[in-house]
Design a protein around this ligand. Structure first.
Ligand SMILES: Cc1cc2nc3c(=O)[nH]c(=O)nc-3n(C[C@H](O)[C@H](O)[C@H](O)COP(=O)(O)O)c2cc1C
Length: 366
């Protein structure tokens, strides 16, 4: 697709249009990455929950579906010396009051028994996963948490591009100084783990702070207007999560897609009740109980270890299972193919710029 919206970052990443699907664990997999990359954007898989073998298989599957660039997103732990934490280590650290509260919730939500499967500690295993990325020579790596500084030299040596997600200017400077190719700045209204600074305030401040490094905009960008606004702020692409959840290609259950279509701008909450870190999701009875329960969620990774035996014991329970989404969810009214979303975003943003250039703001908005 030829587009006048192509930015210098598009050239760096080898893509035609400045749209990147956000890495979303268990939601952005092979099919979504293929669809977005084939549409001229960059499909990024959220692979933080995958074993090294699963990760390798996914990378190979994407390559079977597209010959265009794609990426992998992982959550890096704050300290890459990475002690491997076992589930028993975590369980030993959980206070009695929290176990009792979980038991109360288990009964309240009629969950017959706790699941005995191990909890995946976000961020552990990242070093092994990264080895797979190097072996498979993926085109683009994105760190969703933590700084990818420790791997930049090796990435550069094999032509892998690296980007890091941040939520404030301080971390933007830190990740930029580590030598990434671009920084993704996510405003508070975005889905999943998210900070406190709103997208409108964050983007121009990050652009100014790390210029001339390319900045990618994130946080409730859901249509062509969001893309146009991001470019006006000086960003060179958008990192879009929630909008791509309502697609046939997203690998989440149908009830989550329908809940996204039904939600409005006030349906989400920033809650620590699932992972221990603030993450934006659609409100449900579970987030409500943690808001008013009088027991503070534990820090990451303990909260995940505490609650996953309840969440994993049942399937398809919208009252307790998380459905991460940004505030832009209210703009999403249908489930449609990812390629169509890419095309419409580009077309609508181009129209906005063309009409402003031709007629000026007054008549363009009429
Ligand atoms: C369902 C879901 C899962 C997510 N999982 C991850 C993840 O595994 N790694 C990551 O870096 N960010 C994750 N995020 C955050 C997204 O990568 C992205 O930053 C965010 O969705 C952008 O905001 P938006 O949803 O409003 O477009 C997730 C977001 C959602 C909605």
């Amino acid at each position: 697709m030829f587009s006048r919206l192509k930015t210098p970052l598009c050239d760096i990443l080898g893509i035609e249009v400045p749209i990147i699907t956000a890495g979303m664990a268990e939601a952005a997999g092979v099919d979504l990455a293929i669809a977005v990359s084939n549409a001229g954007g960059l499909g990024v898989m959220g692979c933080t929950m995958d074993s090294p073998d699963e990760l390798r298989e996914k990378i190979r599957a994407v390559r079977r579906g597209t010959d265009r660039p794609f990426g992998v997103d992982l959550l890096l732990p704050p300290n890459v010396s990475l002690e491997m934490v076992t589930n028993q280590d975590l369980l030993d650290q959980i206070p009695l009051a929290h176990r009792e509260y979980r038991e109360k919730l288990r009964k309240m939500f009629n969950v017959a028994q706790l699941s005995d499967g191990d909890h995946h500690v976000l961020g552990t295993g990242a070093l092994e996963q990264i080895e797979v990325l190097f072996e498979e020579k993926i085109p683009v790596f994105v760190s969703g948490l933590g700084s990818p500084g420790f791997m930049i030299e090796r990435a550069r040596a094999q032509g892998m591009k690296v980007m890091g997600v941040v939520g404030n200017v301080k971390n933007a400077r830190r990740v930029a100084a580590a030598g990434v190719d671009a920084v993704i700045a996510q405003g508070s209204e975005g889905g999943g783990h998210t900070g406190l600074v709103g997208t409108f305030a964050l983007l121009p401040q990050v652009v100014d702070a790390i210029a001339p490094m390319p900045v990618v905009a994130a946080g409730s960008i859901s249509d062509g207007r969001g893309l146009a606004a991001a470019l006006v702020f000086g960003c060179q692409a958008v990192w879009v999560g929630t909008r791509f959840l309502a697609t046939p290609e997203a690998s989440i259950p149908q009830w989550k897609k329908e809940a996204i279509v039904a939600a409005n701008e006030e349906s989400t909450i920033r809650s620590r009740s699932y992972t221990g870190k603030p993450a934006r999701m659609i409100k449900n009875a579970w987030t409500e109980q943690w808001e008013k329960g009088g027991v503070e969620p534990l820090p990451m990774p303990l909260q995940g270890a505490l609650v996953s035996p309840v969440l994993n014991a049942v399937e398809g329970r919208s009252d307790i299972q998380p459905n991460a989404a940004g505030q832009g969810v209210g703009l999403i009214r249908d489930i449609k193919p990812a390629a169509q979303i890419v095309e419409e975003m580009v077309r609508d943003a181009e129209k906005i710029f063309a009409s402003f250039a031709r007629t000026g703001a007054k008549s363009a908005l009429a």
